[in-house]
Design a protein around this ligand. Structure first.
Ligand SMILES: *Cc1c(COP(=O)(O)O)cnc(C)c1O
Length: 431
């Protein structure tokens, strides 16, 4: 096997055909494997998929066109593909306890767009959490197609508690009468009260969409309450805590099945990505195992332990802590902008993202906060006893960011790589 010189020596991964055909690209992939192996990855929307998920997503299912749905395709030769998609659907329905699942959306954003197509007309009012409060672009935020083609009205969190103000949500919903209400988001460290949202949706005549992209794995593993039976539609990515391939699913009660399926295809998409469908099926199978329940609970235990350790080091956490997999820190008291901290931590081998905090006085591209999460480190087997060390590294990294101490960042990087070497990542270690 001829690997390019920059190929990581201590990773046993090999891509012989790729290395022969395109050594330049193989080297880049090899470098990314090394980076994912060596660093402490704390971005809450990321994870490490299993070897089985990686294998399924790299198969000849890639070669097949399958517009339509199982048994109702526009192309022949679906003997195997239909069974793959049916398996993924059956597993999604069983795991989440829903009547209907569509596993074809290419990703979370198109999945949400399909929901608009199914239940609203351009110009209709829709409601979601504001992006800077922790919502998602696709929940009607202005720069998104969903905020340009629909009239987005937005709710937030209370400035004093960092929690959703359900009186505000109810008042807004009754005044604006949105067609859709989205709940869920990207930077919400607390449990989502689906029942409270459902009551408001009922009162205001809206369709409730629970976008559980971030927490689907926690729900599957019993570490966060389920939106079933409260939400009319459940939208989720498959690649965050659910630990599957990059993709998405829409789930609902039977009454909305037709509308959702029609919206995904032919409304919005062409042929499904069958290799992704297969990998989703594998991830759902993994998520149905008892060990995944342990994983989901360990993610939350780790986040709580990390939050405690950060609070003990004087960090200011939005809402004062966490109930789930993520922590949102306001670095204003540490006198370091979020972006400066995030970039310094990256040099220290700790990968986070800078993020707005609610009522952030700074700009979205240069905000006050940093968002961190425990899904990836938990997939590597780190446990609560490691969280004080993680908090220490973050604390030292943020201090070094303020003082410009590059030596301190290099020292942290070496310490991080040491610990990471003892906890091989799924998909990056082939036994
Ligand atoms: C990640 C996310 C999405 C979008 O998913 P993509 O696959 O990045 O398009 C949508 N909604 C929420 C709440 C998310 O966290």
């Amino acid at each position: 096997m001829n690997l390019p010189p920059s190929y990581p020596a201590n990773l046993p991964l090999s891509h012989p055909a790729l290395s022969a055909t395109d050594p330049e690209l193989a080297a880049l992939i090899g470098a990314e494997e090394q980076l994912q192996a060596d660093t402490l990855r704390l971005i809450p929307s990321e994870n490490y998929v299993s070897q089985a998920v990686l294998e399924a997503s790299g198969t000849v299912l890639q070669n097949k066109y399958s517009e339509g749905y199982a048994g109702r395709r526009y192309y022949e030769g679906q003997q195997n593909i239909d069974q793959v998609e049916r398996l993924a659907i059956a597993r999604a329905k069983a795991l989440f306890g829903v009547d209907h699942a569509n596993v074809q959306p290419y990703s979370g954003s198109p999945a949400n767009l399909a929901v608009y197509l199914a239940f609203a007309e351009p110009g209709d009012t829709v409601m979601g959490m504001a992006l800077p409060m922790g919502g998602h672009l696709t929940h009607g935020w202005g720069v998104s197609a969903t905020g340009k083609w629909f009239r987005g009205v937005q709710y937030g969190v209370r400035p004093d508690t960092g929690l959703i103000d359900f009186d505000e949500v109810r008042d807004l919903a009754l005044k604006e009468r949105p067609k859709l209400i989205f709940c869920g988001g990207t930077a919400l460290p607390r449990t989502i009260d689906f029942a409270a949202f459902a009551e408001i949706a009922r009162e205001s005549g809206a369709v409730l969409v629970a976008d559980v992209a971030h927490i689907a794995g926690l729900i599957a593993g019993g570490a966060h309450p389920s939106p079933v039976p409260h939400a009319d539609v459940i939208s989720t990515t498959t690649h965050k805590t659910l630990r599957g391939p990059r993709g998405a699913m829409l789930m609902s009660r039977e009454e909305h099945a037709k509308a959702i399926d029609k919206a995904v295809f032919p409304g919005l998409q062409g042929g499904p990505h069958n290799q992704t469908t297969a990998a989703i099926a594998v991830a759902l199978h993994e998520a149905a195992q008892p060990s995944f329940r342990d994983y989901a609970h360990a993610v939350v235990d780790n986040a709580k332990a990390l939050a405690e350790a950060l609070l003990a080091r004087g960090f200011d956490l939005v809402s004062g802590g966490t109930d789930n997999h993520l922590i949102l820190m306001d670095l204003t008291p540490k006198d370091v902008p979020g972006k400066v901290a995030a970039k310094a931590l990256d040099r220290a081998g700790i990968v986070v993202n800078y993020n707005t905090v609610p009522y952030d006085p700074r700009k979205p591209f240069d905000p006050s906060g940093v968002r961190i999460g425990t899904p990836s480190l938990t997939s590597r087997g780190l446990a609560t006893e490691h969280m004080p060390a993680v908090a220490d590294w973050i604390d030292r990294g943020v201090t070094a960011a303020r003082t410009g101490d590059e030596d301190a960042l290099a020292t942290i990087r070496a310490e991080v790589a040491d610990l990471m070497a003892a906890f091989p990542a799924p998909g990056l270690s082939r036994d």
